[in-house]
Design a protein around this ligand. Structure first.
Ligand SMILES: O=C(O)CCC(=O)C(=O)O
Length: 275
């Protein structure tokens, strides 16, 4: 009988990115691992997402409401809840940071199927979470996201912005009709780009359209349970959900270990799987 392989080494062996995946990510700025989670796991993730929504509504009762470019946001301590854009909508669009609102989501942060590839992308053995957003995109209602990079949002808050890849966990099938993620292929190579300047409050966070070409966009249609890794410098966005099906997704961003998280300022390390 051969020697037992320690759990951490097995996880790394099973889930790490291979050279071809690393090359693909370096070339395109994104990488898809399809159907990583099975239907039973997806049932638990979707339930967790809906429980997190219920908690977020509760937290909004004593939160601080403000409007940016006509869109409603509520902050409760360091939690931010964004509402859908239609006038008077009470539908939650985004919750950040969401992992603390439900134990299933909290556990997902540490899942080796996510953490092992993230270690490869960050180039470190130990990671911390930077942020975790739940994007809900409800049927016939979920709004789109304009073309943007994430890195300009974070530049002011961290000096590790070049080491902060994202992973989207698709809780539902995602396609053109329900507003799947779109990425401008190769745009991550340009680093942090200038924003728009149209006079609106948030315009600076949307990428100057003269700096990229929309014909380079790739629609990332993926089955539920897939992981989409994408660079913090990749220009990305999505269209509204015009279908009868939800497009819920958790987007988590990691960084080197022992660095504080974006919104809480607390360090949320992942367990040391890979030492
Ligand atoms: O969920 C999407 O479609 C896009 C989300 C996004 O761009 C973001 O949260 O930064």
């Amino acid at each position: 009988m051969g020697k037992a392989i320690p759990l951490a080494a097995r996880a790394k062996h099973l889930f790490s990115l291979n050279q071809s995946e690393m090359n693909q990510y370096a070339r395109d700025g994104f990488l898809i691992r399809p159907a990583v989670f099975n239907s039973a796991e997806l049932v638990t993730f979707r339930s967790a997402a809906e429980r997190a929504v219920a908690v977020a509504y509760e937290r909004c009762h004593d939160g601080h409401t403000y409007i940016l470019d006509g869109h409603r946001f509520v902050d409760s301590d360091y939690l931010t809840v964004q509402f859908e854009h239609q006038l008077d909508s009470d539908t939650i669009r985004v919750i950040e940071p969401v992992h603390e609102l439900d134990p299933v989501l909290e556990t997902l942060v540490d899942n080796p199927k996510i953490v092992a590839p993230m270690c490869d992308l960050v180039g470190q053995t130990d990671l911390a979470l930077w942020t975790a957003k739940l994007n809900l995109k409800r049927p016939q209602e979920g709004s789109g996201f304009g073309w943007h990079q994430d890195s300009p949002y974070w530049l002011h808050a961290s000096s590790y912005v070049d080491l902060m890849p994202n992973v989207l966990v698709a809780f539902d099938d995602a396609n053109q009709h329900n507003g799947c993620l779109r990425v401008i292929r190769g745009s991550h190579k340009k680093g942090c780009l200038a924003g728009k300047n149209d006079g609106s409050m948030l315009s600076g966070f949307f990428t100057d359209p003269t700096l990229f070409n929309e014909v380079d966009q790739v629609c990332l249609e993926v089955p539920a349970g897939s992981l989409v890794f994408f660079s913090q410098h990749a220009i990305h966005g999505s269209l509204p959900n015009t279908s009868d099906f939800p497009r819920r997704a958790l987007i988590m961003t990691y960084q080197p270990a022992n660095q504080p998280a974006l919104k809480s300022g607390q360090v949320r390390n992942t367990p040391l799987f890979f030492n």
